[in-house]
Design a protein around this ligand. Structure first.
Ligand SMILES: Cc1cc2nc3c(=O)[nH]c(=O)nc-3n(C[C@H](O)[C@H](O)[C@H](O)COP(=O)(O)O)c2cc1C
Length: 138
């Protein structure tokens, strides 16, 4: 089973989760600027909310790499929202890519709100989540 980790970040919060997830799974976390050169049976995809949507770079990544994606498993951070499932599901459906219902999402620091998040506990929970999702879906 092949696993890849890709993420988009503006202020580094989601990268913290991506690095922990990739470290636990023994792969390298890369930004969505790095296309999938080989098929990923499970793609852990990290993204956050910006003005009530995910960044266009995430959408474009899914579209451009659709032939190399088995199942997407989402993770991310945001200030208020609890999931990025809905906007990503729309893009995944249009691209014909499977999106797992399992997702990890936690608070991310936004100016003075949620200072220090994701914290150590969030980061460990993200890695635990990824390990069990990989076992379940693999
Ligand atoms: C321009 C901008 C717009 C944002 N809009 C939202 C939003 O609509 N909903 C929300 O919950 N968080 C919003 N946030 C907060 C981010 O989702 C949060 O800080 C997240 O952890 C950022 O992740 P990153 O550091 O990986 O980019 C916004 C942040 C920025 C910078």
């Amino acid at each position: 089973m092949s696993i890849a980790v890709r993420y988009f970040t503006r202020s580094g919060n989601t990268k913290k989760l991506a690095d922990a997830i990739a470290g636990r799974l023994g792969v390298e976390a890369k930004t969505v600027d790095n296309g999938l050169l080989e098929r990923a049976d499970i793609l852990f995809l990290g993204c956050s909310y910006y003005a009530f949507d995910v960044d266009d770079a995430v959408k474009e990544f899914i579209r451009a790499n659709r032939w190399n994606i088995g199942t997407i498993v989402l993770f991310g951070t945001s200030a208020m929202m609890k999931s990025v499932y809905k906007p990503v599901k729309k893009i995944a459906d249009e691209a014909g890519v499977k999106l797992a219902t399992e997702e990890f999402h936690c608070r991310g620091q936004f100016h003075f709100a949620h200072k220090g998040r994701p914290n150590e506990e969030d980061i460990k929970m993200a890695a635990d989540f990824a390990e069990s999702a990989a076992k379940k879906l693999g």
